[in-house]
Design a protein around this ligand. Structure first.
Ligand code: SER
Length: 313
């Protein structure tokens, strides 16, 4: 399968690793990374990179023509905690970037679009455990509102204009190569770095806060698997529930202590606690498993070993 891919938001937490994986599958020169800031050295040296503001539709179109792009992965977004501080800016970035790309697909400049949604679409009234695909969805954060609206825009462009847009509701994504910024689930990344570097961590959500999570390797695999699925197998065009594991910070600490026995965690919940409390504690992703055969690989134990090994190196 030959594709030319443009990644918007390639320097971010997910964009970085997705870019490298796509480059290894489709060839370095076929995957154009872009962001408003440069990426790390690996990204800059392994293939084409352009500075692009994801809300600048005209520049995106210029790049689509320049490289003959067939697929766009739109990963630029303002995450949940930052979005609460800058609601208008978050809405503008998260929505205008999506609408611009959907328009380009509608006008047949690109064939396929990937856009991530999030567990943040769910809100305090959603059933918390094993949250189903279709349920009460009343988000209480700006980020959640933008993702929910985006999901229905995707579905609308698919239904009305036949746009092949695909989406996943990521749980908290945990990685060690590039840190996330401004999200509520960031503690699940920070905790590993602090464990290795300082032997203790002050966590900004309470010890019993349980959230759905996923290792980056699985998030990248799911994304590419969904994009490679046959169009007729992609039955949900809002966004698919996606899951791998769920745990509390205290359960993470127990796993980390198997490697770093003296690791200590203290808890000082801040405004992000309320956001975390509004989200599900676990997700039912049976539709993804049924429609395009999604299977996760990593659980808390295997992820923890892998991350600590890599950070310690
Ligand atoms: N990890 C994201 C956040 O915390 C959720 O999509 O904002």
């Amino acid at each position: 399968m030959s594709e030319t891919i443009l990644i918007l938001g390639a320097s971010g937490q997910i964009g970085n690793e997705l870019t490298q994986e796509l480059r290894s599958i489709y060839g370095n020169s076929s995957v154009i990374a872009s962001d408003i800031k440069e990426g790390n050295e690996e990204m800059m040296s392994s293939g084409p990179f352009e500075i692009i503001d994801a809300t600048d539709k005209e520049t995106i179109l210029k790049m689509v023509k320049k490289y003959k792009v067939s697929q766009v992965y739109l990963l630029a977004a303002m995450l949940s905690a930052t979005a609460e501080k800058f609601p208008q800016k978050a809405w503008d970035l998260n929505m205008s970037s999506l609408l611009g790309v959907l328009e380009l697909a509608k006008d047949k400049h690109i064939k396929q679009v990937y856009w991530p949604s999030s567990i943040a679409v769910f809100g305090p009234t959603t059933p918390k455990e094993n949250t189903p695909q279709k349920t009460i969805i009343e988000p209480s954060t700006v980020y959640g509102i933008s993702k929910l609206s985006g999901e229905f825009w995707c579905n609308y462009y698919h239904e009305k204009y036949g746009v092949d847009v695909r989406s996943l509701r990521y749980p908290g994504v945990i990685s060690w190569k590039v840190k996330p910024g401004g999200g509520t689930t960031d503690y699940a990344v920070d905790i590993y770095f602090k464990a290795v570097e300082e032997g203790n961590y002050e966590c900004f959500v309470s010890k019993e806060t349980r959230l759905p999570m996923m290792y980056m390797n699985d998030a990248v695999a799911a994304t590419i698997q969904l994009m490679q699925a046959k169009p007729e197998d992609v039955k949900i065009r809002t966004s698919y529930n996606l899951a791998a594991m769920d745990f509390t910070p205290e359960e993470m600490a127990v796993e980390i202590r198997k490697h770093i026995p003296n690791f200590k965690v203290s808890y000082k919940p801040d405004s992000r606690q309320e956001i975390a409390d509004s989200w599900p504690s676990s997700i039912d992703d049976s539709e993804a498993r049924k429609d395009w055969n999604w299977q996760h690989k990593f659980n808390l134990t295997s992820m923890t070993s892998d991350i600590l090994k890599n950070i310690q190196n």
